[in-house]
Design a binder for this molecule. Structure first.
Ligand SMILES: [Zn+2]
Length: 568
């Protein structure tokens, strides 16, 4: 008795039996019907998607005596000889083991002669990218002027390794991975033919493991069949194939997102108990996070090729987290998985990574942090006192220490709320009236401190940046701001900040003034975003007092600093 492996037993014998690759099959059949088959065809694609299968069917079709709509009959002498592997006019060469110039020379000798029993000689070279440069060169001559009685079929998994001179002489077909649904249907049919009942979830698991390769799917199915049972469930598949149960991956992903170290550690325990392949396990976990991120990106849903039930699970889980948070957790996981490779105690290393992921808080955009900070600063200070202090002091920069203290006290007393805290109702004091006089008599030079106070009530950081100006002057409908160091106005000069500041100016001075920043380097410079190199700007931002304060108040860390237009 002999067991014929599924891959051989179920090998497609004509185009109708090919799994997937519909556009390629259609084009090939059309070329056969119109008698316009190229003399050199190259099939590329990952393993097990049907490259050599298509080459063999093409070989059959080219020589078939009763071609039916571009499909070989599988009955004529040529077809049957090819199916049986006894055709004298079909040469199948493995490029990996016959890669030298000598083999190609021998091949060229053979194809000089006319075919023995068929119309054409067909040469199939599998893994053609393995040929040496000399072998390719020897082949090139033949491909330039192929004898009329010869057809070449090449197959490769590594298209980029084939010389362009060869590529340009071939008709190329790129084969795609087989979609999960299609592969599932195919494997399901084979199970039925074999009289094996395979649970739906078990089938899904095999399909997922196959990663779009029919051959991989078949060999996994072979392994499962060898289990000997006529009814196979998901647990048998997990056991036979040494896989990680999807439940474990789901529990673990959920635990890492919902900050539940207990469940995460238990899931890990299960995994280690089971003696699963660690590499596999890591890959599965990373893929789970990738799926979550894809769930959160519009238009990326079709990139997720997993069973519907699992997709629903990930979609439900993902919607509670921002894409940034998921990305940050994925990064931590990737780093941890890499570290695990060098660790003497991999499990401990992984547990430590889990804790890191769990303790990492959600990512909040800097702009929202800054807004919160603005509100805190507005609430924290007694504006009159500040103005008094500013007026009595010669110092341009306010006493940061005291602000810092004020914020801290405020932050401790006041939990950060999502809703906006009510703006303080300031009584109309005579002091304020003196600083913010009637709009009509506003003068830029005289009322500058009042303007800064006006801005401070709305955007604290902006007021601070304005205070760093050496002087402010109004010249021909322009508001000139003089800065000794252009770093001090770099953020102010960003487009959206200029817009906001212009509005403040209009509000306060009742004049539509164009903002001009005057820095030592360049006179009368308008907005210019390229004033500083991104690197310097990033460094500056990282050391900006406001950022430092924010870091402290929110116990945060500076992660990614992106320099560019802000969304504020
Ligand atoms: Zn035939």
């Amino acid at each position: 008795m002999s067991y014929l492996v599924l891959a051989r037993k179920s090998r497609p014998q004509d185009f109708t039996q090919v799994v997937g690759q519909i556009p390629v099959v259609k084009t090939l059949q059309n070329s056969l019907v119109r008698d316009r088959v190229a003399h050199a065809i190259l099939f590329s694609g990952v393993r097990g998607v049907g490259k050599t299968t298509l080459a063999r069917i093409m070989a059959k079709a080219i020589n078939c005596e009763n071609l039916e709509n571009g499909n070989p009959c599988n009955k004529c002498s040529s077809c049957t000889a090819i199916t049986a592997g006894s055709s004298l006019d079909l040469y199948e060469i493995d490029g990996a083991s016959n890669r030298g110039i000598q083999e190609i020379r021998e091949l060229k000798e053979k194809i000089k002669f006319l075919p023995t029993s068929s119309k054409f000689k067909i040469i199939i070279i599998d893994e053609v990218h393995m040929l040496t440069t000399e072998a390719f060169n020897a082949l090139l001559k033949t491909l330039e002027e192929p004898p009329a009685h010869v057809y070449f079929m090449f197959a490769t998994t590594e298209l980029h390794k084939i010389p362009i001179t060869i590529l340009s002489r071939c008709q190329r077909y790129e084969l795609k991975r087989i979609a999960a649904r299609e592969l599932g249907k195919h494997l399901q049919r084979l199970c039925e033919e074999e009289g094996v009942e395979l649970e739906k979830t078990a089938l899904d698991l095999i399909v997922r493991e196959s990663e779009g390769s029919v051959r991989d799917g078949l060999s996994l199915l072979d392994q499962v069949f060898s289990y000997g049972e006529k009814k196979i469930g998901v647990h048998e598949v997990i056991e036979v194939l040494g896989l990680v149960s999807r439940d474990v991956i789901h529990t673990l992903t959920q635990a890492l997102l919902e900050n539940d170290p207990g469940s995460a550690f238990q899931a890990l325990e299960q995994t280690f108990d089971f003696g699963v392949d660690l590499k596999r396990f890591k890959a599965d976990l990373l893929t789970a996070f990738r799926t979550l991120i894809l769930c959160r990106i519009d238009g990326c849903q079709e990139l997720i090729d997993i069973p519907q039930q699992e997709l629903t699970f990930f979609q439900e889980l993902a919607k509670n987290y921002s894409h940034n948070t998921l990305h940050m957790k994925l990064n931590l996981l990737m780093q941890g998985v890499e570290d695990m490779g060098y660790a003497t105690q991999p499990r401990l290393s992984l547990e430590s990574t889990f804790l890191k992921i769990i303790s990492a808080d959600d990512v909040v955009p800097v702009s929202s942090l800054l807004d919160k900070l603005d509100k805190l600063l507005v609430n924290s200070a007694q504006p009159e006192q500040k103005i008094k202090a500013a007026a009595s002091s010669k110092k341009k920069i306010p006493d940061e220490k005291s602000i810092r203290q004020a914020i801290k006290t405020q932050a401790e007393a006041l939990p950060v709320k999502t809703e906006e805290p009510p703006l303080p109702q300031e009584p109309e004091s005579p002091k304020k009236d003196k600083l913010v006089p009637h709009p009509h008599i506003h003068d830029v030079r005289k009322d500058w401190p009042g303007f800064i106070a006006h801005v401070k009530d709305r955007k604290v950081w902006m007021a601070q940046d304005l205070q760093r100006a050496n002087k402010a002057r109004e010249v021909d409908n322009k508001l000139q701001l003089h800065y000794a160091d252009k770093a001090n106005c770099a953020v102010l000069r960003q487009k959206e900040n200029i817009k906001l500041l212009t509005e403040f100016v209009l509000d306060f001075f009742q004049k539509d003034l164009t903002l001009c920043f005057i820095t030592p380097d360049k006179k009368d410079e308008k907005e210019d975003d390229t004033a500083e190199s991104p690197h310097k700007l990033r460094q500056k931002l990282a050391n900006d007092p406001l950022v430092l304060m924010a870091t402290e108040i929110f116990s945060g860390q500076i992660g990614d600093i992106r320099v560019g237009p802000r969304s504020r």
